[in-house]
Design a protein around this ligand. Structure first.
Ligand code: C2E
Ligand code: CA
Ligand code: CA
Ligand code: CA
Length: 283
């Protein structure tokens, strides 16, 4: 039994070493990826529930890895978070989003600017010069600042360490004209207290409440209640992960304002989205 225990321990140890090695490799590669401009943004359509009209997009990060191909953010964001590399990567995401907000504002009827929702990591939210960076980018590119929305998840890191600092950063971003959204509402550490404390324009209902909504009366009750709460606080309410017409219909009947999910479109490269913008009926 003793040797079996040791063998087990050794295996565990080897796995740990592999994990550390993998992390190190990804970290080195992330540095290089920034230099070589291997990151790309994909954009997923967000539509008005009532009309189906495209109103904004969510910017979703991808890594065009030279060997492994297109990598999903779940494969590298955790390492980027841990090493702090998420800060320069995140700045790139914001700049790219501003550039495209400007470009799409010119492409489209200027009365109908396209919103761009940008994910902010907890680390970025606590970064002292985030507001300066955003302010600089808002001056560099010209577009209605209300087009850019920063969405953040209430996680242990961001909120438990320094909620006042996070709230101040969000308020400063809002003072620049940007909008603020709470992501994945109803999961993790998001609580009602934070809705009061943070300046929030939009509430995004997590996909886990949408998945089973066609069958589950409980999910319907949760979405109805959260939507009512959001509206009572003057917030726009959005649901993500909409995959079927029936889910869309139910969410619309529950008074959700905006819908996002594969049913309306996958995250797609800039060129594809532009084709959709120029010819909305082709969707
Ligand atoms: P998220 O913010 O919850 O983004 C939504 C995720 O759900 C995206 O995954 C999207 O592709 C996926 N999705 C959209 N519609 C559907 C659907 O109908 N069904 C299903 N099953 N999935 C759907 P993605 O692009 O892999 O991104 C994963 C996560 O990575 C994001 O979750 C976000 O937390 C993070 N992320 C993405 N881009 C960035 C970024 O620029 N910065 C930071 N900090 N995080 C990012
Ligand atoms: Ca998001
Ligand atoms: Ca989510
Ligand atoms: Ca998430």
């Amino acid at each position: 039994a003793k040797s079996a225990g040791r063998a087990h321990y050794q295996l565990f140890d080897e796995q740990m070493q592999m994990q550390v090695a993998t992390q190190l490799r990804i970290e080195n590669e992330l540095h290089r990826a920034l230099e070589r401009k291997e990151f790309r943004l994909f954009f997923q359509p967000i539509v008005a529930a009532a009309t189906g009209q495209l109103v904004s997009v969510e910017a979703l990060l991808r890594w065009q890895h030279p060997v492994q191909g297109l990598l999903s953010p779940v494969e590298f964001i955790p390492v980027a978070e841990e090493t702090g590399l998420i800060v320069p990567i995140g700045t790139w995401v914001i700049e790219e989003s501003c550039r495209l907000a400007q470009h799409w504002g010119l492409l489209r009827d200027t009365n109908l600017p396209l919103g761009v929702s940008v994910n902010l990591s907890p680390r970025q939210l606590l970064q002292s010069d985030l507001v300066d960076t955003v302010s600089r980018l808002f001056r560099t590119y010209s577009f209605d600042p209300g087009c850019i929305e920063f969405s953040f998840e209430v996680t242990e890191t961001a909120v438990m360490t320094d909620p006042e600092a996070a709230a101040m950063t969000l308020q400063a971003l809002r003072d620049l004209g940007a909008r603020i959204a709470i992501d994945d509402f109803g999961t993790g550490y998001s609580s009602l207290a934070y809705l009061k404390q943070f300046p929030v324009d939009k509430l995004k209902i997590d996909r886990s409440f949408v998945m089973g909504i066609s069958e589950s009366e409980l999910d319907q009750a949760i979405v109805r209640t959260v939507t009512g709460l959001g509206h009572a606080m003057q917030m726009v309410v959005i649901a993500e992960g909409v995959e079927t017409a029936e889910q869309a219909r139910i969410l619309q009947s529950l008074d959700v304002d905006l819908l996002q999910g594969y049913f309306y479109g996958r995250p797609q490269p800039e060129e594809q989205l532009e084709a959709l913008l120029l010819n909305p009926n082709q969707a």
